[in-house]
Design a protein around this ligand. Structure first.
Ligand code: IYR
Length: 224
């Protein structure tokens, strides 16, 4: 007997026709998601951010350890510091660290070290992964192992991006490299590491995106 408690599953069975229309509608909405690098500073309800983070925090995770923290940055001074530090690292990367084949792979995106979006987007969500548990006990600090941290935080980030898109907001998955500066600027504990930085906002009215395409279903799906 498993001594741990189970409760009845709360699952809503849908009529097949409704399943199909829900599936098609979701696909249709998600098909228009793009990574956006040009944001408007126009404000919007903070509840959109909070609900999306609630949604992300519902993601499955290794041993249900929920190894994530979502730091929302709205303070212009903190955004400025993040931009300054990110641009310094990115400039070094683009000018010295990234090998030619990497720069070549990025060419279609038209990216460079300038990261204006880090100040124009009304919010930056910095996703941190919690690599191990840290609790203070009478005997001092206690560490506990966390399982499948990368996978768990990746899934939660997917939920977050989908939720923000479905709320009519644009996002970018930005990974300035290295991004240790986010831990110090945002004062994170030593068991947390930055995972991804997500600017969130409405796109600038004249925003453009790279003319790239996604693989077809035949290229990505194999049925046996
Ligand atoms: N971090 C850099 C470079 C970059 C890397 C990858 I992989 C991308 O898909 C896009 C950009 C930057 O943000 O410009």
């Amino acid at each position: 007997m498993n001594p741990h408690k189970h409760v009845p599953l709360d699952f809503k069975r849908m009529p097949p026709a409704e399943q199909l229309s829900a599936s098609r509608e979701f696909l249709g909405r998600m098909a228009s998601r793009r990574s956006v690098r040009f944001f408007s500073s126009e404000p919007f309800s903070f509840e959109l951010i909070e609900n999306a983070i609630r949604c992300a925090s519902l993601a499955p995770s290794g041993a249900n350890q929920q190894p994530w923290t979502f730091v929302v940055v709205k303070d212009p001074e903190i955004k400025r510091k993040i931009r300054e530090a990110a641009e310094a690292e990115e400039r070094e990367s683009y000018e010295h660290r990234m090998p030619a084949d990497w720069l070549e792979a990025l060419a279609p995106l038209g990216t460079d070290w300038h990261k204006e979006f880090l100040e124009t987007a009304p919010y930056l969500i910095v996703v941190f992964r919690i690599d191990f548990g840290l609790t203070q006990t009478a005997e001092g600090e206690m560490k506990t192992k966390h399982y499948y941290v990368q996978e768990s935080v990746g899934i939660a980030t997917g939920f977050l991006l989908a939720a923000l898109h479905m709320s009519g907001l644009a996002t970018l998955t930005h990974t300035p490299s290295p991004m240790g500066f986010l831990s110090s600027i945002l004062n994170r504990p030593k068991n947390e590491r930055p995972f991804v930085l997500i600017p969130v906002g409405l796109p600038a009215p004249d925003a453009t995106v790279p003319a790239i395409t996604k693989k077809s279903i035949a290229e990505v799906m194999e049925v046996r």
